[in-house]
Design a protein around this ligand. Structure first.
Ligand SMILES: [Zn+2]
Length: 380
């Protein structure tokens, strides 16, 4: 069962904001000091420090410095883990020949802390949360409930464009969800619509996405014009960050609702495995849809897992070029919006593709369903 995230807005008071900022500042210092230690150990002794080496010193650090002692021990361990992760990623890249050494982090960019729930961060009886080292209890807006019986493991407290959040990682007990009976559907990432379904439904990307992109460009230009280090630049930066965060929120909200409506209506969902598809990258509108698609797909997958709905991803190659009724290849260019086959099948192109996707998920890639010759390679 996949872990789910439940994210909530926090409403800390002024003293708590100061406390949270100070905590992230201390964690950032810890991160940078640990990075410094790793670099020096390597320079002086050619020794590569590991997580366990640094974690075993943490107790001493806390005893010597009050600034670290007041915060959660396990959250500080997570800071060291984060550095360890950065090093692992670095060694991974090194093997591929592209190294980018882990960097010192700026306080303004060190925006989150990881906790274990019940250890350093607790959910109190009054539904507020307590964080070690932060005065009082922090108000939470519980806009949805964590499901009953769920196990709450980790929590991430984060700061984004001046707002504070907590995100809980939740796992559901195994065997709790039985597969559901019901209708099947295929979903295609459309050219003109965001998605089209095999039932003939086309969901357009919401109107505001276009305006949001325009505004984003305008704000970026304003930022580029502002002089470095000026007050105006700082303001422009804030404005851009706030706009990006708001757009991301709106998109997430829209996709959550779309995923929810699909999972509520269907018991089996077939979709494209777009990691396979390289052709799609050439088309801009499709690329934009793909960005939203990745998010939609992950929302769909975890909501489905929790509702007993099956999701299957199929090879998307040729899905837009195949007739869903008879399986022959009907070549189309990007401007052909309608699928018109000699067998009499006439459908919206995206809907036809969605039908082929559903067929593939159920029957596999049978003869005629997606087989094509190289000369018929037209952008998917
Ligand atoms: Zn046909």
């Amino acid at each position: 069962m996949p872990a789910l995230s439940y994210k909530y807005r926090l409403y800390p008071n002024r003293a708590q904001v100061a406390g949270l900022d100070a905590m992230l500042g201390a964690f950032c210092d810890l991160y940078n000091a640990s990075l410094q230690q790793r670099i020096e150990a390597y320079r002086r002794q050619g020794k590569t420090l590991r997580y366990v080496d640094q974690a075993s010193e943490l107790k001493g650090v806390r005893a010597a410095d009050d600034r670290f002692a007041v915060y959660s021990f396990s959250a500080e361990q997570q800071v060291l883990r984060r550095l360890d992760k950065a090093f692992r990623a670095f060694f991974g890249r090194l093997k591929k020949g592209k190294a980018g050494f882990p960097r010192f982090r700026a306080k303004s960019m060190f925006d989150s802390a990881d906790f274990r729930v019940g250890d350093g961060l607790t959910i109190r009886k009054n539904k507020r949360i307590g964080v070690a080292g932060i005065p009082g209890e922090i108000k939470v807006k519980w806009h949805r409930d964590i499901p009953a019986g769920a196990k709450v493991g980790a929590a991430v407290v984060s700061r984004s464009a001046g707002k504070w959040f907590v995100c809980f990682q939740v796992t559901m007990p195994d065997g709790g969800v039985q597969p559901r009976d019901g209708a099947s559907v295929g979903i295609d990432v459309g050219l003109s619509s965001l998605i089209a379904t095999s039932d003939g439904e086309a969901v357009m990307a919401p109107q505001w996405t276009k305006q949001a992109t325009k505004k984003q460009r305008r704000l970026q230009r304003a930022l580029a014009r502002a002089k470095r280090g000026s007050k105006r630049r700082l303001k422009a930066k804030c404005r851009l960050a706030r706009h990006s965060a708001a757009t991301a929120n709106r998109r997430r909200d829209f996709l959550h609702k779309l995923a929810r409506s699909l999972v509520d209506r269907y018991a089996f969902i077939a979709l494209e495995d777009l990691s396979v598809d390289r052709l799609a990258r050439s088309m801009l509108s499709k690329a934009v849809h793909n960005a939203a698609w990745g998010q939609l797909r992950s929302f769909l997958e975890y909501k489905a897992a929790n509702a007993g709905v099956r999701v299957e991803a199929v090879d998307p190659r040729g899905t837009s070029q195949t007739c869903p009724d008879c399986g022959t290849v009907v070549a189309k260019t990007l401007s052909d919006r309608v699928h018109r086959c000699d067998c009499g099948c006439v459908l919206d192109r995206d809907v036809a593709a969605a039908k082929v996707i559903l067929h593939r998920a159920i029957h596999g890639k049978g003869p005629g369903h997606g087989l094509r010759t190289p000369s018929q390679r037209v952008a998917a």
